[in-house]
Design a binder for this molecule. Structure first.
Ligand SMILES: Nc1ncnc2c1ncn2[C@@H]1O[C@H](COP(=O)(O)OP(=O)(O)OP(=O)(O)O)[C@@H](O)[C@H]1O
Ligand SMILES: O=C(O)[C@H](O)COP(=O)(O)O
Length: 480
């Protein structure tokens, strides 16, 4: 089957001394062109490594000139639900932690079911294998039992998408839940009540985790959006349940947000926006190590302008981040990254949807006016830069896109990415408000990947480890 252009999977065993001074074995599954032998990889100089070893291999192989099919096929070194055999699953009670934290309106209607749809492939797979699925999630940030944060409104949509009637428990632990679990037929789904109704969930209380774990035989974490939280149902349960494996959604998120970003088709551009530079420092610094082009927009640009001595009127500025902005500009220069700041902006006389607005050069923002979007010249320059790329990651809106008058910059980026996606460019939307913008423009379906995690995707892009991922079983080591 394997050919030079068809990826095959090598298993690479190596050891590393983590900062905790524990020596651990990591297995990294990397799909690489079959012409690459483990001996070749060793010759390439892989020795000490970190948990992202697989990704380093992928990028090295790429620069070595042999990596044809590396992009998007790298997986973290975690065992996946797809690795479990039929015997592992048939008749087994599987605790699935999903992130079904969807928005509900005042009448408890789901206003965006993206996260529910994203959780379906893993649940369907388990049902088809004859497992008994014990599905859990949080919804919102309740303090104790709060009816408006019940998972009950999710049952009809889940049942519809799965094609079976999902049973709902009134609690997430306790004798009633145990009774329901005991009566579950193979291939069925029991939805537990909001795990955050217990304060022990967010405290990652071991006794509480043990109670959750006692409901099941094995654990699947598919809650990418909550993987940055070390909670009882995302991390604590893994201490009591083996195997503990990654679901398909979690795996896909890692493949794109870690794999495609660490081993991109080049040129590679990042677009970073949002309100404040302070909330994106980690992401910008991490991306500066990887990208060829960095486009900045949103409220944070005014801190950069001010750092360059421009007057910014009453635009959003973080005075204590001026030095940081200067150092980021210097870092981009030192790394040879082409950093583009908008050259013109749409300004407003107040922060309101009906504000008076005009377009001015970035250097001419009058006193009393604030910049709320990037201007048409900037859109043109950004588009030209994006046209040269093969991989683009986007996090954060270009302006106050919630107000129609100031949505043009953000919507133009969404449209450009959709157009480029159609031409084979890898387009990754890194969660948060940029996802809302892509959906508003109606181009979500054409993007290569849209993350279901806001905070989790940011942390991953910052290069942080996610506790919900770390806690899972490593893929089976195969010595080379
Ligand atoms: N020029 C601006 N002035 C003030 N606010 C702005 C400006 N541009 C964008 N924003 C606001 O930034 C907000 C989004 O910023 P945020 O940092 O939360 O980005 P995000 O990518 O959505 O992050 P997260 O993933 O955490 O949700 C939007 O509500 C938008 O209105
Ligand atoms: O919406 C999210 O980002 C996730 O569901 C995590 O929610 P949390 O920030 O309340 O932990």
């Amino acid at each position: 089957m394997a050919s030079a252009t068809t990826p095959t999977t090598f298993s690479l065993l190596h050891t590393t001394t983590a900062s905790t001074s524990r020596t651990r074995s990591f297995l990294s599954h990397v799909s690489l062109p079959s012409s690459l032998k483990p001996t070749t990889l060793r010759r390439l100089g892989f020795s000490a490594a970190d948990p992202l070893f697989a990704l380093q291999v992928a990028s090295k192989v790429r620069s070595f000139g042999s990596g044809k099919a590396v992009r998007g096929v790298v997986s973290m070194a975690k065992r996946s639900v797809g690795d479990l055999s039929a015997a592992d699953l048939k008749g087994k009670r599987v605790f699935v932690r999903a992130d079904l934290n969807v928005p509900l309106d005042d009448s408890q209607n789901i206003t965006d079911d993206t996260r529910i749809r994203a959780a379906i492939p893993t649940i369907k797979h388990l049902i088809e294998k004859g497992a008994k699925v014990i599905l859990s999630s949080h919804l919102g940030r309740p303090k104790g039992v709060t009816p408006k944060f019940s998972l009950a409104p999710l049952v009809p949509r889940l049942s519809e998408l799965l094609g079976i009637q999902v049973v709902k428990a009134e609690d997430s632990i306790g004798p009633e839940v145990e009774k329901l679990v005991a009566s579950l037929p193979d291939g069925s789904v029991l939805l537990l009540e909001n795990v955050r109704f217990y304060k022990e969930e967010e405290k990652n209380d071991p006794e509480h985790a043990k109670k959750l774990a006692s409901l099941a035989d094995l654990y699947v974490n598919d809650a990418f959006g909550t993987a940055h939280r070390a909670h009882a149902s995302t991390e604590g349960v893994t201490k009591f349940l083996r195997p503990s494996v990654a679901g398909f959604l979690l795996q896909k998120e890692l493949d794109y947000l870690v794999g495609a970003v660490s081993s991109p088709k080049r040129p590679f551009a990042a677009i970073v926006g949002g309100s404040k530079v302070s909330s994106k420092i980690g992401v910008i610094e991490s991306l500066l190590e990887k990208v060829d082009i960095l486009l900045l927009g949103g409220g944070m640009i005014f801190t950069f302008y001010k750092a360059q001595g421009l007057s910014v009127g009453s635009s959003l500025v973080e005075e204590d981040k001026l030095e940081l902005a200067t150092s980021l500009i210097a870092k981009a220069k030192a790394k040879g990254v082409s950093l583009l700041l908008p050259t013109d902006v749409v300004i407003a006389d107040k922060f309101a949807p009906d504000a008076n607005s005009k377009i001015v050069p970035a250097s001419s923002i009058p006193d009393g006016w604030m910049g709320l979007d990037i201007g048409p010249d900037s859109i043109k320059t950004f588009n030209e830069a994006l046209e040269t790329t093969q991989t683009i990651i986007w996090n954060g809106p270009m302006g106050v896109f919630e107000f129609d008058k100031f949505a043009e910059g953000t919507e133009s980026v969404a449209k450009k990415l959709a157009e480029l996606s159609g031409k084979g460019v890898t387009t990754i939307i890194g969660g948060g408000d940029s996802v809302a913008a892509v959906e508003k423009v109606g181009v979500a379906s054409v993007m290569s990947h849209i993350s279901t995690g806001g905070g989790a995707s940011l942390e991953l892009l910052e290069g942080k480890q996610l506790p919900g991922v770390l806690a899972l079983d490593e893929a089976t080591p195969v010595p080379v």
